[in-house]
Design a binder for this molecule. Structure first.
Ligand SMILES: [Zn+2]
Length: 612
């Protein structure tokens, strides 16, 4: 199986689909191409320039230079190697395979006979090994080593990278077993990697170590063990990676206490801790998730890695329960917070993804802490495996894009799926199913939460669905069906408890959140008020074929005060505004940006005027 996550426990009825079994040809295809042809090659040059590759050469004894000390930089290289491995599944390339072999040889040379591996803690820093695990990222890097090695093994069938990871995992396991180590890494990551290593090798000691680590308090997550946590708080990436590990652990052990804790945390998270873009982590301080409804826009942190870790967790939750809410939110993150993180050229990244900007927030090619870019690359390279899931005689379709899939079910039926669509620009999805056998199978179609009325045309019948769910079709022979999602520009509001969205509206169209950029609007976008209306829309061929939304708004000219007596009274001019998908912002000249715009509520104003 060549998927990212592969649950082993036989009681889990859902199975993943390999990356190589799904060929994406639509909206995401240019992203996959840019990832392969631009982002990944460019990163190698940057790794060489900034010492990441050199560190490995020094630790391997090939170079005599000094290690450049940047904590956890080994994990950047591992994530990047993981991206190349996943990408090989649909785009086999002997030259790249050879390159991977060369890089893996280099990594192997840095591993000590004991199994220890981490270029940071070599030379004069060797004395600090395991001395401050809560901040050292040693197990964090080891976790990325394992994940990268598993990706290489699952994509190429070669065991040489996996052997390095196993040697390291054995070394660490022994250290915890004999009591030499008794605290966990302050940055969770190794937990889910150890569970995946158990799934790959069937060696239970890795699963047990994952459990043992989660029974130790996490310094940066309220100093609590996983089973003591009552809310999703603290460093966003850390808590999400831990939730991934805990969910993987639950899937394999079916421990009831883990299930209850995961569900408790899930409820807390869904009740008020993510942005309309799907981004998470509202505080710059400690890169943390804030209180419930604490979701500032201009000062949103919303780290790119946090968006990725959230999708990783939601995918794992789908294996626990096939509740439509997981992929509804997954889709929200994917098309908004995640896609906005990379420039349309595929060469610059956001680390922080705010929901408003005064014009001073830009993507960069390189960050001193460059965790996000290679994380983006590995996730993008594995995107195809998130589209479908299977069971004994069933298939879940979780994401939509023009694509072809070849899926083999547990009951040995092979099903070919051809999906024709212009999603997310257009809501029509035509699906052709060809079957090799004649068993009855069920196809569960995700009906997104944003589609008010969805029609499904199947064998001369039309079904109407008005609520988000998995809509199930039973199929025996080859067949076709069509889905019509209700995609149109619509206004959204937030819970009034979200201070920064109060009296504001956001424009969305299907899964895409829209924003206004200063360079499209010749006025102060922060003083715009928009009423309900029928918006206009049109494709912009000169700007990556995006669909723009335009409409009219009321621009307040009475801005020359900070505070004054009385209720708000403004002086309005009618103006035309222009909005673009959030994922495409900051790709032209520097300009301001806003998602949540003041709401101009016609009726209410009129009644105020009548009685006043
Ligand atoms: Zn990051």
């Amino acid at each position: 199986m060549a998927s990212v996550v592969f649950p082993r426990n036989e009681t889990i009825k859902v199975k993943p689909v390999s990356i190589r079994d799904v060929k994406i040809e639509g909206f995401f295809n240019p992203y996959l191409e840019r990832n392969r042809e631009k982002s990944i090659p460019l990163m190698y040059g940057l790794f060489k320039k900034h010492g990441t590759v050199e560190n490995f050469k020094i630790a391997a004894g090939i170079s005599k230079k000094e290690i450049t000390r940047r904590l956890a930089t080994d994990s950047d290289l591992y994530k990047w190697l993981e991206a190349i491995s996943w990408d090989l599944q649909n785009y086999p390339d002997k030259r790249k395979e050879k390159f991977l072999d060369k890089m893996i040889d280099l990594v192997r040379k840095t591993q000590e006979p004991s199994g220890y591996i981490d270029t940071y803690y070599t030379g004069s820093f060797k004395k600090y090994r395991f001395k401050f695990l809560e901040n050292s990222h040693e197990l964090y890097c080891g976790g990325h080593l394992i994940q990268s090695a598993i990706a290489h093994y699952r994509s190429t069938g070669k065991e040489k990278f996996l052997d390095i990871a196993i040697k390291w995992a054995n070394y660490i396991t022994k250290k915890y077993d004999n009591g030499e180590l008794s605290v966990n890494d302050g940055h969770p990551e190794v937990e889910m990697a150890l569970v995946e290593l158990y799934r790959t090798t069937n060696n239970k000691k890795y699963l047990e170590l994952a459990g043992k680590l989660m029974e130790m308090p996490y310094t940066h997550l309220g100093n609590k063990c996983f089973l003591e946590m009552n809310e999703v708080m603290g460093h966003a990436v850390r808590i999400m990676y831990l939730l991934c590990g805990a969910t993987d652990y639950y899937l394999e052990t079916k421990r009831e206490d883990y299930y209850e804790r995961i569900r408790l945390l899930e409820e807390d998270f869904f009740s008020g801790k993510y942005y309309i873009t799907g981004g998470i982590g509202s505080r710059y301080q400690h890169e943390a998730i804030g209180l419930k409804f604490e979701l500032p826009n201009l000062m949103a942190y919303s780290e790119t890695c946090a968006s990725i870790s959230l999708m990783m967790w939601l995918y794992r939750m789908f294996f626990v329960r096939q509740d439509v809410k997981y992929f509804n939110l997954f889709e929200r993150v994917l098309y908004n917070a995640f896609l906005a993180a990379i420039s349309l050229k595929g060469t610059e990244y956001f680390y922080v993804n705010p929901l408003a900007s005064t014009g001073d927030h830009f993507r960069k090619q390189w960050y001193d802490c460059t965790c996000c870019p290679p994380n983006f690359q590995r996730f993008m390279a594995s995107l195809a495996s998130y589209f479908y899931a299977t069971g004994n005689d069933e298939i879940w379709i979780n994401l939509y894009d023009k694509s072809r899939a070849r899926i083999t079910l547990e009951n040995r039926e092979t099903v070919l799926i051809n999906m024709e669509t212009d999603y997310p620009w257009d809501g029509n999805v035509k699906i052709d199913v060809k079957k090799k056998g004649n068993e009855k199978i069920k196809i569960h179609l995700r009906i997104p939460d944003w589609s008010s009325i969805t029609r499904i045309k199947f064998k001369d019948r039309v079904f109407t669905v008005e609520e988000s769910c998995y809509f199930t079709l039973e199929i025996i022979d080859d067949c076709s069906f069509e889905m019509f999602f209700d995609i149109k520009p619509e206004l959204y509001c937030g819970n009034p408890s979200i201070e920064s969205d109060r009296n504001c509206v956001a424009i969305c169209r299907g899964p895409l959140v829209y924003c206004l950029e200063g360079c499209d609007n010749n006025f102060d976008i922060f003083n715009l008020f928009i009423p309900s209306q029928s918006f206009e829309e049109g494709t912009d061929k000169n700007f990556h074929g995006i669909i723009r939304i335009s409409g009219y708004g009321m621009l307040n000219r009475d801005t020359n005060f900070l505070y004054r007596k009385g209720i708000p009274e403004y002086q309005f001019n009618k103006v035309k505004f222009n909005a673009i998908p959030y994922f495409s912002w900051a790709n032209r000249k520097p300009s301001s940006m806003i998602i949540w715009v003041n709401n101009y509520e016609n009726k209410k104003r009129r009644s105020n005027e009548d009685t006043g």
